[in-house]
Design a protein around this ligand. Structure first.
Ligand SMILES: [Zn+2]
Length: 307
């Protein structure tokens, strides 16, 4: 078995400016992205023999989770925009009193429940696909909102694959950091660098404004970061001997992001963080919404203090 065409196309679509470089790195280390047979759980990781193995069930979980991101925006984005324009305080107890908020939160929870059901189903085919979420096989949806979810999910998936590629590189070179938690941070950094550092080159050749490309790529990375939190599970959010705490990974991910404090990336990550913190009953401190970036950083602090 060798790298599937679907993974090649994924890198071509997500990071066209580096697709050939990624291919040659993979060749140098004899790394292969292999689709393996169905099994329970989320399986997308670097196994033995330089293989990065994944199941179709796992990429489908990420696909569904992309819609959780969209629902998080429906739950909180317009509210955050209003609070910011008033310079008002975000108080989750007040938000809970808003009519329809419970229904929006429930819609978010039902998507996360679907991701769990898909993960734990005896067989992938036993899972009943949720009504209202397009199936991945149908490709990029035509309406703008779902098309954006499609793009972000592709970016998030590419990010996770790149993270695993760095594990393979460390293993092949025998120079992984002594502390496995540091290795996780370094793999996150590698994946982020691959997606961000040559954006100007892509922007120049494609004609897209670089700041818009950066915004969208960072949103894809935010989606992956949110997924990592969810896949980690409530009881392990504080980290372990092998994995850093999620707030640490989130902080490292948003550090040095070259985007204005009111960029949509921050609004997206803030909305997602708020929805996930509430889902896990993690205490959200009342806070004045000065700008989206400081809100996002404050929510990461809530995650740190609330677990
Ligand atoms: Zn890892």
């Amino acid at each position: 078995m060798e790298t599937t065409d679907i993974v090649r196309k994924l890198f071509d679509g997500v990071v066209p400016e580096r697709a050939s470089e990624i291919e040659s790195i993979a060749n140098d280390y004899e790394a292969q992205f292999r689709l393996i047979g169905d099994r329970e759980g989320f399986n997308l990781d670097a196994g033995g023999f330089s293989a990065i193995q994944y199941t179709s069930r796992s990429t489908r979980q990420m696909w569904l989770f992309g819609y959780a991101g969209r629902q998080a925006l429906h739950c909180y984005a317009s509210l955050i925009v209003l609070l910011k324009s008033w310079g008002a305080t975000l108080d989750i107890n007040e938000i809970n009193k808003i009519p329809d908020q419970a229904a929006e939160d429930e819609a978010f929870k039902s998507i996360l429940d679907a991701v769990k059901d898909l993960s734990t189903a005896f067989h992938e085919d036993d899972f009943e696909w949720p009504v209202g979420i397009p199936e991945p096989e149908k490709g990029r949806p035509s309406d703008a909102e779902r098309a954006a979810v499609y793009d972000l999910t592709c970016m998030a998936t590419a990010y996770v694959f790149l993270h695993e590629l760095k594990h393979v590189i460390f293993s092949a070179e025998g120079n992984a950091p002594e502390d496995p938690r540091d290795e996780e941070y370094r793999c996150d950094q590698f994946a982020k660098d691959m997606m961000i550092t040559r954006i100007d080159q892509y922007a120049a050749s494609s004609g897209y404004p670089p700041e818009k490309v950066r915004m969208k790529r960072m949103m894809g990375i935010a989606l992956a970061s949110a997924f990592i939190l969810f896949a980690t599970g409530r009881s392990r959010l504080a980290g372990s001997a092998t994995h850093p705490p999620i707030y640490g990974r989130w902080s490292a991910t948003v550090k040095d992001v070259n985007l204005p404090e009111d960029d949509w990336f921050w609004l997206y990550f803030s909305s997602f963080a708020l929805a996930l913190l509430k889902y896990y009953s993690i205490n959200i401190q009342p806070k004045v919404v000065k700008d989206y970036k400081s809100l996002c950083l404050d929510l990461i602090a809530d995650l740190e203090n609330g677990i």
